[in-house]
Write a protein of this length. Structure first.
Length: 292
């Protein structure tokens, strides 16, 4: 029977099945074209492909691709809306909520970020990463004491959470609690590869604790990691100046001005001209080099 149908052009295909197959193929093509456009930087086209694909089929992976593309286009509210679609479909997915919180962080909506973190805690209140991100939102809202408490919870749940330790140390420093910040600095210096943020926090905490010899070594280490770190030159120069090393302070100020000529717009004159010591003195007196 099938032989004669094939011979004379007959078909066993079901029109409804053919239609479904055609629609599925169209969806796959739009999804593929969207991913391809996203990867080659044609972001607006990618958004169009993904939105057309979603008209055919509600697909969580497409929502995720679309959210990433919208973030790249700085369309943060739309990106969160796409991630919300995933969160609704997968209410136990903490990672999606953390993605949403990160997007809220990028658009500096710390209240929204806090709300998302509270949702995540209802799913998993033992997740160290959630407490860390919650702490980020509180720092953004300048609720520093609460932030320290939340970050401490993150570290308690996972002592190897270096991000939480770094942010807690930075926040303690901002609160003027230098002695408490030392513990996080010591842990970070022992357990993570040299990073600018860690070294800079260490240098600041050591200086605040009157341990300038260690602070100077840490600033030097920062310059080894990144010779273009303006903060390191500015802050080391201030320490050098206060210690009577006028030549060293001048060298650091010259480097600051080389990296950012507008750094000291309120200080007149050429640093190579006569009276350089007085100009360096004025420059450092105008600064609050350790403010975060």
């Amino acid at each position: 029977m099938n032989f004669f149908k094939a011979l004379f052009g007959g078909s066993d295909e079901n029109p409804e099945e053919e239609k479904k197959a055609s629609v599925a193929k169209q969806f796959d093509m739009l999804k593929y074209d969207g991913v391809k456009a996203m990867r080659i930087g044609k972001l607006d086209a990618a958004v169009g492909f993904f939105r057309e694909a979603l008209k055919i089929q509600d697909d969580l992976e497409v929502h995720e691709y679309l959210s990433r593309t919208l973030v790249a286009l700085d369309r943060m509210d739309e990106a969160i809306a796409e991630l919300e679609q995933i969160a609704v479909a997968q209410p136990e997915n903490v990672d999606v909520l953390l993605q949403m919180a990160h997007v809220a962080y990028m658009k500096e909506d710390y209240d929204q970020m806090t709300g998302i973190c509270e949702r995540a805690l209802k799913v998993d209140d033992k997740n160290s990463r959630v407490h860390y991100v919650y702490g980020q939102s509180l720092v953004g809202k300048k609720e520093l004491v609460k932030a320290v408490a939340r970050l401490t919870q993150a570290v308690t749940l996972d002592e190897a959470n270096g991000d939480a330790r770094l942010l807690r140390g930075q926040t303690l420093y901002r609160l003027g609690q230098y002695a408490q910040a030392v513990g996080d600095v010591q842990w970070l210096l022992q357990h993570v590869q040299p990073q600018e943020d860690v070294l800079l926090l260490g240098a600041r905490v050591m200086h605040a604790g009157k341990n300038d010899e260690v602070a100077l070594k840490l600033y030097e280490a920062i310059m080894q990691v990144n010779p273009f770190n303006i903060d390191a030159y500015r802050e080391r120069g201030k320490i050098r100046y206060d210690r009577g090393d006028k030549q060293g302070a001048e060298e650091d100020m010259q480097k600051v001005l080389e990296l950012n000529p507008d750094e000291l717009s309120g200080v007149s004159g050429d640093f190579k001209a006569e009276g350089i010591e007085e100009q360096v003195k004025r420059a450092y007196s105008m600064m609050n080099p350790f403010g975060l």
